[in-house]
Design a protein around this ligand. Structure first.
Ligand SMILES: NC(=O)c1ccc[n+]([C@@H]2O[C@H](COP(=O)([O-])OP(=O)(O)OC[C@H]3O[C@@H](n4cnc5c(N)ncnc54)[C@H](OP(=O)(O)O)[C@@H]3O)[C@@H](O)[C@H]2O)c1
Length: 271
């Protein structure tokens, strides 16, 4: 599995399994299958309500903890200093792990200063409860605030990113500040399969639109966390490394942006 280096020298697998919408026994089964197929990076969040189901899959597997990369996220309601620390302990307990590989602020809150949450995150890192700290759904102004607080703390910003939402300015800013982007909804929640350009490129090169979208991201040093539940989809999405990315496919995919944002709760202001 290809990995990207974070600014603190740690590494993050370039592909992970998204688990939003997976719950209970189905979630345990899918995560177990994913681990068997070779996934090592699992993305979850307090909001997904599936920590215990993921813990069950991790506990059934004999993969060593150090070979796994587990990301979870603190929800906006828990971003005050004390609440965040309490939530982190609860999430570790639910996941039945001693530390997160990556702990993210899920969504910024208009009411709670970024610095207050980052102070708690920094202390969690110092206490060994998370190897890496990051944010999610942060715009450039919010990232600047985070960097002002501590230019070394934030290693990742997880944001919606796919060929029809190509956030070039955010990517450039992240690159300049040594922050890795993780693309959520990398398959545009299934919309990539309705895109005629991806469909015809897929036919031409015998790849699925999902594979092209994921490889397009990985070529840009962006981590991708597609959610999949069937074995076929899990396998298809993992097979994105050992083939050449055709130059004309890369070129055509640069032109697919439509500012097609699928998730926008109103804060932060994205445009
Ligand atoms: N930080 C945030 O605020 C945030 C927000 C949204 C999502 N996320 C994270 O990002 C992850 C992924 O995003 P997402 O779940 O919104 O959407 P996505 O990964 O873009 O798309 C998932 C959809 O694509 C289908 N699919 C997956 N692989 C396929 C393949 N090879 N061929 C055909 N269909 C395929 C899945 O179907 P099946 O399930 O039937 O396989 C599912 O319907 C989430 O699960 C979550 O972990 C984070």
């Amino acid at each position: 599995m290809k990995k990207f280096e974070l600014k603190n020298g740690n590494e993050i697998p370039a592909l992970g399994l998204g688990t939003s919408g997976l719950r209970g026994k189905e979630c345990t089964k899918v995560v177990k299958k994913a681990l068997d197929l070779g996934y090592r990076h699992i993305d979850t969040a307090d909001m997904y309500g599936n920590h215990q189901a993921i813990a069950a899959a991790l506990n059934q597997s004999d993969i060593k903890r150090k070979d796994l990369f587990i990301t979870s996220k603190i929800k906006s309601e828990d971003l005050k200093y004390n609440d965040l620390k309490k939530a982190a302990d609860r999430l570790l307990n639910e996941l039945d792990i001693e530390y997160f590989d990556l702990l993210l602020i899920h969504w910024p809150s208009p009411e709670i200063p970024v610095e207050e949450s980052l102070k708690a995150m920094k202390e969690l890192k110092e206490a060994g409860k998370t190897k890496n700290v990051g944010v999610s759904n942060f715009t450039i102004p919010l990232l600047k605030e985070a960097l002002e607080y501590d230019s070394n703390l934030i290693t990742v910003n997880q944001v919606e990113f796919h060929p029809t939402l190509y956030q070039k300015d955010l990517l450039d800013f992240a690159f300049k500040n040594d922050i890795i982007l993780t693309a959520y909804s990398p398959l545009a929640q299934g919309e990539v399969f309705k895109n005629s350009v991806l469909e015809s490129l897929g036919k031409k090169y015998d790849k699925s639109p999902a594979q092209l979208a994921l490889r397009w991201l990985i070529e840009k040093n962006i981590v991708a966390i597609p959610k999949a539940s069937s074995e076929n989809h899990l396998k298809n999405n993992l097979d994105v490394f050992d083939w050449n990315f055709p130059v004309d496919a890369a070129r055509e995919m640069e032109l697919l942006d439509q500012n097609n944002r699928l998730i926008d709760p109103g804060y932060p202001k994205f445009n």
